[in-house]
Design a protein around this ligand. Structure first.
Ligand SMILES: C[S@@+](CC[C@H](N)C(=O)[O-])C[C@H]1O[C@@H](n2cnc3c(N)ncnc32)[C@H](O)[C@@H]1O
Length: 284
């Protein structure tokens, strides 16, 4: 083999990938990384894997009030993580289902619910594969995770969510806006760690921020070299939406009654908002 081949291969991988190119290894469900993520979810004071817990408290209060939810209503939380929203909904006597494909988060969520005598159904599953009909009064997908979806996955998921809801029910989610992408600079940085977020053993990390302005896409890409013969690439895509572009996607899936807010606590949306929270009502 050409002695420069590994370097040549690496340089090829460093070129701008096609939109929505996949990671080379699991991120949310990796045994080590998911433990690090769980710690981040459970840190009450940082907006990391989940929002600050005080923000979550205020969000749940606002959602229940704004959508006039009644005890006994059914809620589906997609990408529920360790159940921070599900717990708060169940404490208010809603009937709650949480779906996530991090085994570790679902295991934590189940144990927490048992310990606290909360009846919550937690399912370890890819939410892109849900298949419910007329079941839920509220479906949530919170902390801008909707932006990771390719157009095809987004359209398919929106139809599945619409089908899963009772007439009169709501779908509440948030996405980043192009304003947020404007605030991010393209960047490439190297770092060496003895032990850290990505590996329990020494590794070299290349972090890249790459923009695709025509498609309103931002890629955060991590190359992790851990001394094994190969390396892994983790890609986190973020599709930003304007009120118009998200309205089009929602209307194609049958959602026509929409309300927009600046965040999941009901702040007013403005041209400067870096996120938009959408409440979409199923009318028929
Ligand atoms: C940014 S975290 C937010 C967690 C939670 N919504 C919160 O705000 O506390 C995204 C979560 O979505 C989950 N997730 C991402 N894509 C998923 C998919 N296709 N199916 C199921 N879970 C998914 C991840 O495992 C992770 O727990």
């Amino acid at each position: 083999m050409n002695q420069y081949q590994p370097t040549i291969d690496l340089l090829k991988k460093l070129q701008k990938p096609e939109p929505f190119a996949k990671s080379t290894a699991p991120f949310w469900d990796d045994p080590y990384i998911s433990g690090q993520m769980l710690k981040a979810h459970l840190d009450p004071y940082k907006d990391l894997a989940s929002r600050k817990h005080a923000t979550i408290d205020r969000s749940v209060e606002w959602i229940v009030r704004e959508l006039h939810l009644q005890k006994g209503n059914r809620i589906l939380d997609l990408g529920c993580g360790p159940g921070l929203y599900c717990t708060r909904f169940a404490e208010r006597e809603f009937i709650v289902t949480g779906i996530d494909y991090s085994k570790r988060s679902i295991q934590y969520a189940k144990e927490y619910a048992t310990l606290n005598k909360l009846k919550i159904e937690y399912i370890y599953k890819d939410y892109l594969t849900i298949d419910y009909s007329n079941m839920f009064d509220l479906v949530t997908l919170i902390f801008c995770d909707f932006g990771v979806l390719s157009d095809r996955d987004r359209d398919s998921l929106l139809c599945k969510i619409h089908k899963s809801m009772n007439p009169g029910g709501h779908f509440l989610f948030d996405v980043c806006t192009p304003k947020y992408h404007d605030s991010v600079k393209e960047d490439r940085t190297w770092k060496y760690e003895e032990k850290g977020f990505w590996r329990p053993t020494p590794y070299l990390l290349l972090t890249e921020k790459i923009k695709y302005p025509k498609q309103d896409l931002l890629l955060t890409q991590y190359f992790v070299f851990d001394g094994n013969s190969n390396f892994d690439i983790y890609r986190i895509w973020d599709h930003a939406y304007t009120k118009d572009s998200i309205s089009n996607a929602l209307s194609d899936a049958g959602f026509n009654e929409l309300q927009f807010y600046g965040d999941t606590m009901g702040r007013e949306f403005s041209d400067g908002s870096e996120t938009v929270s959408i409440v979409a009502r199923k009318t028929t």
